[in-house]
Design a protein around this ligand. Structure first.
Ligand SMILES: [Zn+2]
Length: 289
């Protein structure tokens, strides 16, 4: 029923200022609809069967974070839940609920609407979630991340759990890492060497629109300068504090569209599925990890 409602929403063609006409085209076609096995839907009696029949556990990480006036607070959660659903269906993974209350970086934490968990609390909390997944019987755990604030605590947590566990492997990736920079530029999106595409910018806005065009309000945001690529090609990590005057997003958001979002999300999904299949296939090779 919940799925029906979402589909109805997607097809509703609601009047969307700035996104008019995109609702219908953004809806995922039926041939791509796939139903993963969801952890929360397993009945008590079938837990053992579900665990033994699923090749891996898939745990999506989202956020509740201000993404500019034009995007929903759950942008990261919407994107990562949508991608994870399809990756789980294609790889035979057991899909766990998206973790939404997570750590947000200082530069968005002060915006009204951002819900931020302290990094040390997030690391402990996430490690406990992973311990439960391991205790269920999983030894292959795939963490699919949708939010940059999760990278530090997420890697800290998997390091802890790996240290306590035998014969387990935990794979951690962020969805935007599967988008070639040059191709993104071709779509009118910008790309920084640190992997950034601008918080709440055209890329992220498009990806949200791929799943929920009804939640985008482009008329509420004007185009802004893109953040500079500081290195000209080499990866780097830059943590910013609160900045007075920054409106909480960057880039030419008028470039955003559900059509672009569908392409971007598909590219990421395909890359992630390839990675997971290779990971599972090479599992038996000694020293492969
Ligand atoms: Zn985001």
């Amino acid at each position: 029923m919940a799925q029906m409602n979402r589909r109805e929403l997607l097809f509703a063609g609601l009047a969307l200022p700035g996104m008019a006409g995109l609702a219908q085209s953004a809806a995922l076609s039926d041939d791509r609809a796939a139903t993963p096995k969801r952890f929360e839907e397993a009945a008590g009696f079938e837990v053992a069967d579900v665990v033994s029949s699923c090749r891996l556990a898939l745990l999506p990480l989202g956020s509740l974070e201000f993404h500019g006036p034009h995007n929903p607070l759950g942008s990261d959660s919407i994107i990562i839940s949508g991608i994870a659903e399809r990756v789980a269906a294609r790889t035979g993974g057991l899909l766990f609920p998206t973790i939404r209350f997570t750590q947000c970086p200082a530069h968005t934490a002060h915006f009204r609407g951002t819900m931020s968990i302290r990094p040390e609390v997030m690391t402990m909390y996430f490690a406990d979630v992973l311990r439960n997944v391991v205790r269920l019987g999983f030894r292959k755990i795939f963490i699919l991340n949708g939010h940059d604030g999760n990278i530090g605590p997420g890697r800290g947590a998997i390091a802890q759990v790996a240290d306590e566990t035998q014969d387990a492997a935990l794979l951690f990736v962020s969805w935007w890492e599967f988008l070639p920079g040059e191709m993104m530029k071709g779509l009118g999106m910008f790309h920084q060497a640190n992997g950034g595409h601008g918080h709440g910018g055209p890329l992220e806005t498009s990806a949200v629109a791929a799943f929920r065009p009804d939640l985008i309000h482009l008329d509420r945001a004007k185009d802004l300068p893109e953040p500079p690529d500081l290195s000209g090609g080499s990866p780097y990590f830059l943590q910013k504090s609160v900045a007075a005057g920054w409106p909480g997003y960057s880039g030419n958001v008028s470039e955003a569209s559900a059509e672009k979002g569908k392409k971007i999300v598909q590219m990421s999904e395909d890359g992630i599925v390839r990675l997971v299949e290779n990971w599972l296939k090479h599992d038996e090779v000694p020293g492969s990890w």
